[in-house]
Write a protein that binds this ligand. Structure first.
Ligand SMILES: Nc1ncnc2c1ncn2[C@@H]1O[C@H](COP(=O)(O)OP(=O)(O)OP(=O)(O)O)[C@@H](O)[C@H]1O
Ligand SMILES: [Mg+2]
Length: 289
C-alpha cells in the first residue's frame, strides 16, 4: 500500500500535491439493477489534496449514489473510481464515509459506535490510542456527556454528530460526507462546519461533502460542484470559491461569512441558484425556485 494507514496525519506531507487527485471519479455511469434508467452517465470529478469540495444538486439527482460509488460501496456500470491513483473495488482504509442517515449500531453506545469504527483491523490503531481518539472525537462534536447513551436515546441531530465523530476519529485522508449536518439546528450546524474545517486542516484530510444547502456549500468549500439533470443527461458545473474568498479551512469560512453581503457573494449565489432552479424547473410539479 502506497500510503501507510497509520501514518500520523500530522506527518502527512504539508506540501500539497496539486497535480494528482486524492479521489478520481472517471466517466462513471450508474444504473441500479432493478431500474431501467441510468441514475447518471459519464460523470467525472476529482478531489485534490486537502481540498474541500461541496456537491450540490436537487433531490434524486444521484448525490448519495455518487458518494457510495466514490467510497467503493457501490460498483459502477461503467467508468472507474481511483483513490490516490489506484482503482478501488471496496472502501480503502484511508477513506471514511458518513452516510445520509447516521447508520448507528443500535446495540452499541455512542462511545461504542465511534470505537467500532477504529476497530477495523486494517487500521491497526492500538487500544490506548483508540480510547484517546474516541474521547477527542466525541469532544469535538460536543457529545462527551452522551457517550454512554444508546442510539435510540438520541435526537436526529445527535445521531448525525455521532456519525461525524466516527469519521473524525478515523483521521482519514479522505472524508466522504453525505449531508452530515442536515438534521442540525442553525447554530450547531455552524459550529460543526467550523469543527469539520478545523479537523480537516489539522489532519490534512480532503473532503467531499454533499449538501442541498447552497449557503453551506458556499461557506465550506474550496470548490462547489453542482450536479443537475438536463434532458436526461447529468451535467456538472463547478465554481472555484478559493479564488473568490481566499484563506483556508475555518479562516476561509469566516472570510466567506464576513463577505456574505458583498456583491461577489451575492452574484455567486444568484448564479448557482439560477442553475439549481433550471434543474428543478425541468421537473413537472416543481415551482423551480
Ligand atoms: N439502492 C437503490 N436501489 C434502486 N434505486 C436507487 C437506490 N438508491 C437510490 N436509487 C435511485 O437513484 C436515484 C438517485 O438517488 P440518490 O439517493 O443517489 O439521490 P440524491 O441526490 O442523494 O437525493 P437526496 O438529495 O434526496 O438525498 C433516485 O432515483 C433513487 O430512487
Ligand atoms: Mg442523498
Amino acid at each position: 500500500m502506497s500510503s501507510a494507514v497509520n501514518k500520523n496525519p500530522e506527518e502527512r506531507s504539508s506540501q500539497a500535491d496539486t497535480t494528482a487527485p486524492v479521489l478520481q471519479v472517471a466517466h462513471v455511469s450508474l444504473r441500479y439493477p432493478e431500474n431501467n434508467e441510468y441514475v447518471f452517465r459519464d460523470v467525472s470529478l476529482a478531489v485534490y489534496e486537502r481540498e474541500v469540495v461541496a456537491l450540490l444538486g436537487e433531490s434524486g439527482c444521484g448525490k448519495s449514489s455518487l458518494i457510495n460509488l466514490a467510497g467503493g460501496l457501490l460498483a459502477s456500470s461503467a467508468g472507474h473510481v481511483a483513490f490516490r491513483g489506484k482503482k478501488i473495488q471496496t472502501t480503502p482504509p484511508e477513506v471514511a464515509v458518513v452516510f445520509q442517515d447516521a447508520c448507528l449500531l443500535p446495540w452499541l453506545t455512542v462511545y461504542g459506535n465511534v470505537d467500532f469504527a477504529l476497530r477495523l483491523r486494517s487500521l491497526r490503531v492500538p487500544a490506548d490510542e483508540r480510547k484517546e481518539r474516541v474521547r477527542a472525537a466525541l469532544r469535538e462534536v460536543g457529545l462527551e456527556d452522551a457517550a454512554h447513551r444508546y442510539p435510540a436515546q438520541l435526537s436526529g441531530g445527535m445521531a448525525q454528530r455521532v456519525a461525524l465523530a466516527r469519521s473524525l476519529a478515523r483521521r482519514a485522508e479522505l472524508l466522504l460526507l453525505d449531508e452530515p449536518f442536515s438534521s442540525l439546528d442553525a447554530i450547531t450546524r455552524g459550529a460543526m462546519q467550523e469543527q469539520l474545517l478545523g479537523i480537516a486542516r489539522k489532519y490534512r484530510s480532503s473532503v467531499l461533502i454533499v449538501t442541498h444547502d447552497m449557503d453551506e456549500g458556499l461557506m465550506l468549500a474550496d470548490r462547489l460542484i453542482l450536479m443537475a439533470k438536463d434532458h436526461g443527461e447529468t451535467r456538472l458545473r463547478e465554481w472555484n470559491l478559493r479564488a473568490v474568498f481566499g484563506g483556508a479551512g475555518a479562516d476561509r469560512r469566516r472570510n466567506a461569512q464576513r463577505n456574505r453581503r458583498s456583491s461577489v457573494f451575492m452574484d455567486l449565489r444568484e448564479d448557482i441558484a439560477a442553475d439549481l432552479a433550471a434543474g428543478t424547473a425541468a421537473r413537472p410539479g416543481d415551482a423551480g425556485e
